[in-house]
Write a protein that binds this ligand. Structure first.
Ligand code: NIG
Ligand code: FE
Length: 416
């Protein structure tokens, strides 16, 4: 089956001419084709060009569908490279406390925060978690996210972490959204190990990671390395285990304080370091020289009313900058990539072009998928969104609603 999309006011390809990422000034080049068209064959992009040059099909060709974009923007679907979207319960009462002036850390110190969601998630079975998350993925897709990473980390026992990863595995088989799983056993110290940190790290490194790798239940291992959570030494132990078991690496780094852990991540060749609100100049220099993507989470700074990561410095230094939602019940209860793009522009001073590159091609790179998704280039999967508007610059500008008119996933035009 083939699908021809024609009459795009702007075909925003985000093409990197075969490269896997864009850095520095390249992030402003969206590879736009005016009055563009695109042909999809067997789910993949077969041709990209101007509508006037598009292959012509007559109406009798049974295996070709022609879609008229009617002067709208056609661009790659969003890739959200950092979510915690499998969880049970709600933290709206903690949100109310934050509105009264309590901080995220103060709530965590009182036994709330991540451990609040851990209690709810432990008490929920795999089937129910899967259905909660599946409903969330439906909404992501409607808002233009065609690929999402999902982390465990609200189980913190072997059984409950596996339950989360198995739910993610079910979703990767059942749901249209492409799902990439990450094991985040080191999200918080479980209460059962309050007096035995070493025991928990031992459980993660000797038991959980080898089992998860053997069963193919995750592609990446992540650690929340920050004050009150895990140390750099513990992070390195977990990275060593992940690496020797063939899993990729990610890191929650410099969110609440400056830890310097970006250095460890870069040394181990991590796919990404995420958050970076307190990143140092030295660490920015290290990222600029590495392949490790800097995943910025504008929604977290917005929702927690905390400082923003230095996007301009990161871009200007030449780091691979991506953005993600971090969708989770504590620090960002929003999955909307269009909203993240607006916040990145207004609060972090990214340009609309940089923010779009960060939410597509560079976001795919942060989860190791930019060879197959994240831009509209021949040979890649056809994950495409069609905006309501005729200008891509309306995306950050007109905020708070849903700017997406249509979604094409793996070459199939979806009905909503
Ligand atoms: O990325 N920083 C650690 N983890 C999440 C928050 C999770 C939660 O509060 O439930 C984050 O912000
Ligand atoms: Fe996170």
């Amino acid at each position: 089956m083939r699908l021809l999309i024609r009459n795009a006011s702007q075909l925003v390809t985000v093409s990197a001419h075969g490269a896997r990422t864009k850095r520095g000034a390249e992030m402003r080049d969206l590879g736009i084709i005016e009055d563009g068209a695109l042909l999809i064959d067997e789910g993949k992009i077969a041709w990209v060009g101007r509508s006037a040059d598009a292959p012509s099909f007559d109406r009798s060709s049974p295996d070709v569908e022609v879609f008229d974009a009617e002067g709208r923007v056609v661009m790659p679907g969003f890739v959200d490279p950092h979510t915690h979207l499998i969880f049970a319960g709600s933290r709206e009462d903690e949100f109310a406390l934050r509105c009264e002036g309590l901080t995220y850390q103060q709530i965590a110190e009182r036994g709330g925060g991540i451990l609040n969601t851990v209690r709810a998630t432990r008490g929920t079975d795999r089937k129910k978690l899967r259905s909660l998350a599946s409903h969330r993925l439906d909404r992501l897709l409607r808002y233009g996210t065609t690929t999402a990473e999902i982390k465990s980390g609200y189980g913190l026992t072997e059984e409950d972490e596996l339950k989360m990863l198995q739910a993610a595995h079910d979703l990767s088989a059942e749901h249209l959204v492409t799902v990439v799983s990450t094991f985040l056993g080191a999200h918080a110290l479980p209460p059962e190990y309050a007096d035995d940190r070493t025991g928990y790290i031992e459980l993660i490194t000797s038991q959980m990671i080898p089992y998860i790798a053997r069963k193919g239940l995750a592609r990446f291992v992540d650690v929340f390395c920050d004050s009150g959570y895990f140390t750099r030494e513990e992070t390195v132990r977990i990275f060593e285990s992940a690496t020797s078991n063939g899993l990729g690496l990610k890191l929650h780094a410099d969110e609440l304080s400056a830890t310097g852990a970006v250095e460890d991540a870069a040394r181990f060749g991590a796919a990404s370091v995420d958050h970076l609100e307190y990143i140092s100049k030295e660490e920015i220099g290290l990222l600029a020289k590495s392949e490790t993507a800097a995943v910025l989470l504008p929604g977290v700074s917005f929702f927690l009313a905390q400082r923003y990561a230095p996007a301009r410095e990161l871009i200007e230094s030449g780091a691979v900058v991506a953005i993600a939602s971090d969708y989770n019940p504590g620090s960002c209860m929003s999955f909307s990539m269009p909203l993240m793009i607006t916040i990145a522009c207004t609060q972090m001073k990214m340009t609309p072009e940089e923010a779009i590159t960060a939410a597509t091609l560079n976001a795919a790179a942060a989860i190791g998928l930019s060879g197959e998704r994240g831009s509209l280039e021949v040979g890649k999967w056809a994950d495409i969104i069609i905006l309501e508007s005729s200008s891509y610059r309306s995306l950050p500008y007109e905020f708070g609603g849903n700017p997406i008119a249509h979604v094409v996933k793996n070459g199939v035009l979806l009905e909503f």
